[in-house]
Ligand binder design. Structure first.
Ligand code: TYC
Length: 109
């Protein structure tokens, strides 16, 4: 009877020889990017942001914009930390340049 041991990555060890059954990878944490409603940012500007920065179709962008308008907050997408951070910065920069009070945040999923 052969004794088989598995390490933390699920790799089998036998006689000191590690047999890699799968790579020891870790899934990155994901973050939701959220848009917040306000009374002043034009609806058209929000749709443009969703199309240009979040790669939404004009139809999906309009649906998300209306959801935020009616519910106060809505999700633009789920991304790894660095991608989410970049998208939040791009939205905040576009809003600042256009002098709209649009706010965008991220939260861990
Ligand atoms: N409430 C805004 C208006 O009536 C539209 C709006 C939608 C603003 C979504 C921000 O994230 C937002 N003009």
């Amino acid at each position: 009877m052969t004794e088989r041991k598995q390490d933390d990555a699920g790799n089998e060890e036998e006689h000191g020889l590690a047999l890699k059954t799968r790579p020891a990878t870790k899934k990155p944490s994901l973050y939701r990017v959220l848009l917040l409603n306000d009374d002043y940012t034009p609806m058209e500007f929000v749709v443009e942001v969703l199309v240009r920065i979040f790669r939404k179709s004009p139809e999906d962008a309009a649906t998300i914009m209306l959801h935020v308008h009616q519910n106060g907050v809505g999700m633009c997408g789920v991304y790894t930390y660095e991608v989410a951070e970049t998208k939040v910065a791009q939205v905040m920069d576009a809003a600042r340049r256009a002098q709209h009070p649009l706010q965008c945040t991220m939260e861990k999923e």
